[in-house]
Design a protein around this ligand. Structure first.
Ligand code: FPP
Length: 273
């Protein structure tokens, strides 16, 4: 993205008459998911399938990150959360870990100005331990520089684990309680102590590369998310896939454990209708 103009017209989202435009036109812009979360999987297989080292797949995946961020912001998605590096990923070969960290660093260096210009607030979800101090400093700077963004919140899950997040929340609740704060243990309180405090839960989880699992991602927050899985590998993920996911999301019947009428009222009230 290069400017802060209103970027949300149809022509800017899809070339009129193109196959992706037909997908785009199926989307009802008044009923978008507020929060889209993505498990970006398949980089290694994408590279291997082309006879290249796995890290080339991660590098190619950055272009998909850029396009997804841009298109979500143009569409009017309020929250986009990307799973970039899990706590378990430290067990990958050193060179792969190093490459992933460098890609994050490069992304910050090349994209922060554009995020800021386009009103996109960056947040990082995950534990701060184990991350290189100089990377952490760059992250902190990027988060601070984009903090005023009101158009979309882009959360990058880095050194993230859903179970660790819940453990961290429990520890913090107990330590606040021990320090004399009155803490009522209920769902609202737990939500406030998670890394995602203040964000609505994801409505839609997209997973690329075909696997049917959530891999320790946003375990608490995904309770009622609609899950959309594509066989497409992350480096090939483009706006047409996003449009297809959103359009299918809009055809699903979300009941939140209720019967239809009550669920519709709940959705309408969440959307202020
Ligand atoms: C999973 O593919 C992907 C990852 C572990 C890393 C995703 C990171 C990026 C796309 C690049 C940097 C991100 C940002 C936000 C700038 P995999 O390696 O598990 O693939 P495989 O299942 O085919 O082995």
């Amino acid at each position: 993205m290069h400017s802060s103009d209103d970027l949300s017209t149809r022509a800017e989202l899809a070339q009129p008459g193109s196959p992706e435009d037909r997908l785009y036109q199926r989307i009802d812009r008044t009923r978008l998911p507020r929060h889209v979360a993505v498990i970006m999987d398949g980089n290694g297989r994408w590279a291997r399938g082309r006879g290249m080292p796995r890290v080339k797949g991660h590098r190619a995946g950055v272009e998909s990150v850029r396009e997804t961020v841009e298109v979500c912001a143009r569409l009017g998605i309020e929250y986009l959360t990307l799973y970039a590096f899990s706590v378990e990923n430290w067990q990958r070969p050193r060179h792969e870990v190093w490459t992933l960290m460098n890609l994050i660093r490069e992304f910050l260096r090349t994209e922060v100005a554009s995020l800021k210009d386009n009103g996109i607030r960056l947040q990082i979800l995950g534990r701060r331990d184990r991350l290189d101090a100089s990377l952490m400093a760059e992250i902190d700077r990027a988060v601070e520089e984009t903090a005023a963004g009101e158009r979309m919140t882009l959360s990058v899950a880095l050194n993230y684990s859903g179970r660790c997040e819940i453990v961290d929340a429990c520890r913090k609740i107990v330590s606040d309680w021990a320090a004399g704060e009155s803490v009522e243990i209920d769902e609202e309180t737990v939500g406030r102590y998670l890394y995602t405090a203040g964000q609505p839960d994801p409505d839609l989880l997209i997973r690329t590369s075909g696997e049917m699992r959530i891999s320790n991602f946003l375990l608490w927050q995904l309770a009622y998310a609609e899950i959309w899985v594509t066989d497409t590998q992350w480096p090939d993920f483009r706006r047409r896939h996003l449009f297809a996911a959103i359009s299918e999301f809009q055809q699903r019947n979300r009941r939140f454990g209720l019967v239809n009428d009550a669920a519709n009222e709940q959705i309408a009230s969440e959307h202020g209708q």
